[in-house]
Design a protein around this ligand. Structure first.
Ligand code: SF4
Length: 330
C-alpha cells in the first residue's frame, strides 16, 4: 500500500478545502471499501481526510413524513432506527441485506452510495479496466460477466453498482445534499450515479472534492408498504445478482401509485419508470406485474453469461409486488 497522510478536519468547510487543494486526497468514512482498494493498489490517495467525526451522524424525521439522514450515520444504526423500520421498511431491508454485521457497524450512508464496483477485473491491477485505467480496455466485456450489467452498459464498461441502499433510495426519490468548493448543492439520487458511456471512470455527477453531507427522503406515506428483495449466491455477505425495491399504493385493487427500482443490473441503480407507468391506474394482478417488468426489460442487452438476469428480475418484480398487494389487502 502506498504511504499516505491522515487529517481529521474540524468542519465541512475545512474538509472540502483540503480536497480542493490536494488533487490526490480522498475522504475517509467507514473505510470498508476504500481501505480494501488501497491494499489492492486500485486506489492510491496520498492524503485521507477523515470525516467520521464531523457532526453528520443524525437521523431527523421531517414534517409530513420525510427523513433526513446524515452522511456518516452507520448502516446498522439506520437499519435499526424505529422511524425507518416503520415508515421506510425497504430501507431497513436493503441495509440488512448488505454486507455483514461488523461491516454495517462501520459503513456509512454516503460511503454506501459511493462504493466502487465489485467487478473482479476492476480489483485486479493486472487486468485491462477502463474504469481503473481509462483507455486500457474492458476485460469483463468478453470475460467473466455473469454478475454484470444487462441495462445501460457501453463497450467501455459493463460493471454494475453494488449498493443495496442506493436502489431503495432511488425508488424513494431521495435527494443528496453535498458541499463543494462552489457551495452547497442538491442532487436527486436518480441523477447521482452515471451510466458508463465513454467514461466509466466518472461514476457520479458530484463535482471533484464534493462532500455528501446528508440524504433527504421526501414524504411518501405509502412507503410504509414497501420491500426490498435481493438474490445473491450466498444467504449472507454477498453482493446482489439482482434486486428489486418496491413500494405500492392500492385503491381497492387498482394501483394508485408505485415506486420500483432494480439493483445489480446497471452501472447505476435503475429506476423502473416504464414498469411503473405500465402498472399505474390499472387493477393489480401478477400477470400485469410481469408485463410491466417486461416493458422495462425490453431495453435489456444481456452479456454472454448473464441472460438469466432478465427472467430473474421479472420474477422478483412479480414476487415483490404480489407480496405488497397481499399485505395491503389484509
Ligand atoms: Fe473495468 Fe468496467 Fe470492464 Fe469491469 S466492466 S473491467 S470495471 S471497465
Amino acid at each position: 500500500m502506498r504511504d499516505f497522510r491522515y487529517h481529521r478536519p474540524a468542519d465541512v468547510a475545512e474538509a472540502v478545502a483540503l480536497l480542493d487543494a490536494e488533487p490526490e486526497a480522498a475522504y475517509l468514512a467507514g473505510g470498508t471499501n476504500l481501505v480494501d482498494l488501497m491494499k489492492l493498489g486500485v486506489q492510491r490517495p496520498d492524503l485521507l481526510v477523515d470525516v467520521t467525526r464531523l457532526p453528520l451522524d443524525t437521523v431527523e424525521p421531517l414534517p409530513g413524513g420525510g427523513l433526513r439522514i446524515g452522511a456518516t450515520v452507520r448502516n446498522s444504526d439506520l437499519a435499526a432506527h424505529p422511524v425507518v423500520r416503520r415508515d421506510h421498511p425497504l430501507l431497513a431491508r436493503a441495509l440488512l441485506a448488505g454486507a455483514s454485521g461488523q461491516l454495517r457497524n462501520m459503513a456509512t450512508t454516503a460511503g454506501n452510495l459511493l462504493q466502487r464496483t465489485r467487478c473482479v477485473y476492476f480489483q485486479d491491477t493486472g487486468k485491462a479496466c477502463n474504469k481503473r485505467e481509462p483507455g486500457t480496455g474492458c476485460a469483463a466485456r468478453h470475460g467473466q460477466n455473469r454478475d454484470l450489467a444487462i441495462l445501460g452498459w457501453s463497450e467501455f464498461c459493463v460493471a454494475t453498482h453494488p449498493s443495496d441502499l442506493a436502489v431503495a433510495l432511488v425508488a424513494l426519490d431521495a435527494v443528496v445534499e453535498a458541499h463543494d468548493p462552489g457551495g452547497a448543492r442538491e442532487i436527486p439520487l436518480t441523477e447521482l450515479h452515471r451510466t458508463p458511456g465513454l467514461h466509466p471512470e466518472r461514476e457520479t455527477t458530484l463535482p471533484r472534492g464534493a462532500l455528501i453531507t446528508a440524504v433527504r427522503i421526501p414524504p411518501l406515506l405509502f412507503a410504509r408498504r414497501s420491500t426490498y428483495l435481493k438474490v445473491r449466491d450466498r444467504a449472507t455477505f454477498a453482493f446482489a445478482v439482482g434486486s428489486v425495491a418496491a413500494a405500492l399504493d392500492l385503491a381497492g385493487d387498482v394501483v394508485r401509485d408505485i415506486r420500483l427500482a432494480y439493483g445489480a443490473v446497471a452501472h447505476r441503480p435503475w429506476r423502473a419508470y416504464r414498469a411503473e407507468e405500465a402498472l399505474r391506474g390499472r387493477p393489480f394482478t401478477a400477470e400485469l406485474a410481469a408485463r410491466a417488468a417486461d416493458a422495462e426489460l425490453a431495453a435489456a442487452r444481456p452479456l454472454e453469461h448473464n441472460e438469466f438476469k432478465v427472467p430473474l428480475i421479472r420474477n422478483l418484480t412479480v414476487r415483490a409486488l404480489t407480496e405488497l398487494a397481499r399485505a395491503v389487502s389484509r
